[in-house]
Ligand binder design. Structure first.
Ligand code: MG
Length: 507
């Protein structure tokens, strides 16, 4: 049994290394690669991906899993093995099953569709012409539905798709927590709309990019970012990627008239990056040294960006330093008006620009449409109208064009159906963890005010990061908070935070 386990670990190690090699190519493509290298680079990435695919579906993995007692009924394998090894078997088993259930023809067809998808989508968005995108989207949807059928599910075809991004999560559970969320968010948003609005126009004044950059690094260093194990660079869209256990890359983008966007992207991505740098040494280099789900990953980025990074104690520490960096920018303002401005709430059409309160409503909208699409209760042709209806119901506003409605996100064009819920789940997990962190560290706010960000970081490392994917998202939430995932923590946090900002008396 020990030989089988060592051999399986050896194969996994090769897979992890090749994955990181592929990530280097991807990171370089988004940051420093000269533009004419695009075609060659996609050949290089495809070549590595082909090698990776062959390794992942190698029959030897199936044989070793069987020897170790890891089956669909019992993915954890032999009970005599240590917990970490059993968790390892569960992750390997899950990945092996997903990879081997899909025929090569289907994988290739989907890859082809999703390589033309984004350019067709971008054209359609530019021309505000949904019918131009609809035929490709229909084909993608058919291929994705075939994937769901091949993978199998118990209740809802969406389960199989969701599971790719949020392992073990089920549509029924998402519908339940989103229902709970919607019920309390809609009245909160309408109470905010009915009160005195916040002025954030001064944040759009010019702020030199080199000064933003300097301040961004100051914040990042203070958050505990280890520059000997990572970097921050610039790309068109901010992202985080892991090139190894001691090499995590963050990116942001700067806009000289939108200070918020560059800075909060850094704080957000650093949340992802700190998670990736915080896995414990005993899972280093293995498939367990990965975020356990996209939702848990997003909980880390959103905790830093919103719960910590947009809090008053955080800015009690950083505001004087920001003023020092650029005295002119904030000359007419004080901490209080700055704090209110960075927390302005306003229902808007575009998800990526949405504030912390309305953001999850954008996700519920997409979840409602996606689940109807995969059940064939809604056709691709009827999507734009269904989008407008949901937008009216959830956000109280209706897009005038499809470019700012149904065509705004790239996800469907790359076949990512089932991905969106993880963003809002991130908000919910994050708030539930943060409530426990506050309980464990009663003087958290004074630590933040003193700039002692190692205090929350150490808590997050110990309770969340160190486990990697040795615990599933469900197990992690239960272990850390003693309860199942529940939307009330997030809404309670919002009400407590926004009541004073908007002087809400009715809540
Ligand atoms: Mg993120």
């Amino acid at each position: 049994m020990n030989d089988a386990l060592s051999r399986l670990k050896e194969i996994d190690r090769e897979i992890q290394i090749l994955g990181h090699v592929s990530a280097v190519l991807g990171w370089d493509q988004e940051t420093y690669m000269p533009e004419r290298a695009v075609e060659e680079r996609s050949d290089q990435i495809a070549a590595i991906q082909a090698v990776l695919h062959d390794k992942r579906v190698s029959p030897e993995i199936g044989e070793l899993l069987a020897k170790l007692g890891s089956t669909s009924e019992n993915p954890l394998g032999e009970t005599s093995l240590p917990d970490t090894d059993r968790a390892f078997l569960r992750v390997v088993h899950r990945q092996f099953m997903r990879e081997t259930k899909l025929p090569k023809e289907l994988v290739m067809r989907l890859a082809k569709l999703t390589s033309v998808g984004p350019s067709r989508w971008a054209d359609a968005r530019k021309r505000d012409d949904f019918p131009h995108f609809a035929p490709v989207l229909s084909e993608i949807l058919e291929a994705v539905l075939e994937v769901a059928e091949r993978l199998g599910y118990e209740d809802h075809p969406y389960d199989a798709l969701l599971d790719d991004y949020e392992p073990w999560m089920r549509t029924k559970k998402v519908a339940q927590v989103f229902g709970q969320l919607q019920e309390r968010l809609v009245p909160l948003v309408s109470a905010i709309k009915g009160s005195q609005q916040v002025d954030d126009s001064f944040l759009m004044r010019e702020f030199p990019v080199n000064v933003q950059e300097r301040f961004g690094h100051q914040v990042l260093a203070k958050m505990g970012w280890e520059y000997s194990r990572g970097r921050l660079d610039v790309s068109a869209h901010p992202f985080t990627t892991t090139l190894g256990a001691d090499d995590v890359r963050l990116t942001t983008r700067y806009d000289s008239h939108n200070f918020k966007s560059g800075l909060f992207s850094i704080v957000h991505e650093a949340g992802h990056g700190l998670y990736e740098l915080g896995f414990s040494d005993d899972i280093r280099g293995t498939c367990l040294a990965n975020g356990t789900s996209l939702g848990i990953h997003e909980s880390q980025s959103r905790t830093w960006e919103n719960i910590i990074g947009r809090s008053l104690p955080f800015w009690r520490y950083f505001y004087p330093r920001l003023v020092e960096t650029n005295p002119e920018y904030l000359a007419q303002h004080n901490l209080d008006s700055f704090y209110r401005a960075i927390n302005k709430v306003q229902p808007s059409l575009v998800r990526v620009d949405a504030d912390e309160v309305t953001y999850s409503l954008h996700i519920i909208l997409r979840f409602n449409l996606e689940t109807r699409l995969v059940r064939r209760e809604l056709s691709v042709e009827d999507l734009p109208e269904a989008w407008r209806e949901e937008s009216r119901k959830l956000l109280g506003i209706v897009p005038e064009s499809d470019a700012t409605g149904v065509l705004q996100d790239i996800h469907w064009s790359i076949g990512a159906i089932g991905y969106f819920p993880t963003y809002a789940l991130g908000n919910l997990y994050g708030a539930q963890f943060a409530a426990k962190m506050r309980n464990d560290i009663p003087d958290l706010d004074s630590a933040l005010e003193r700039g002692e960000f190692a205090v929350p970081l150490e808590w997050l490392r110990r309770n969340i990061h160190s486990h990697g994917s040795a615990l599933t998202a469900d197990e992690l939430v239960m272990k850390v908070t003693g309860k199942e995932l529940d939307a009330s923590h997030f809404v309670d946090y919002l009400v407590k935070k926004y009541r004073p900002i908007y002087k809400l008396t009715s809540l």
